[in-house]
Design a protein around this ligand. Structure first.
Ligand SMILES: [Cu+2]
Length: 67
């Protein structure tokens, strides 16, 4: 499983939007989002750029932990 930190989620609608955006990627499965931690978890090996683009297109921001 891969975990990414996401900034900007505040309620269940945000969670649903992120899940929907990620599930559209066919390189990903088993998406789950933890609102309190601000994290999305998923199985698969997507290009991280695709994950980032999907999340940003949904209106949220990926927190780069290496920065
Ligand atoms: Cu919301």
């Amino acid at each position: 499983m891969t975990t990414v930190k996401i900034k900007g989620m505040s309620c269940g609608h945000c969670v649903a939007a992120v899940i929907q955006a990620l599930e559209r990627l066919d390189t990903i499965s088993k998406v789950s989002v933890d609102l309190e931690k601000g994290e999305a978890r998923f199985a698969g090996e997507p290009a991280l750029a695709d994950v980032r683009a999907a999340i940003e297109a949904a209106g949220f921001e990926v927190v780069d932990e290496n920065a």
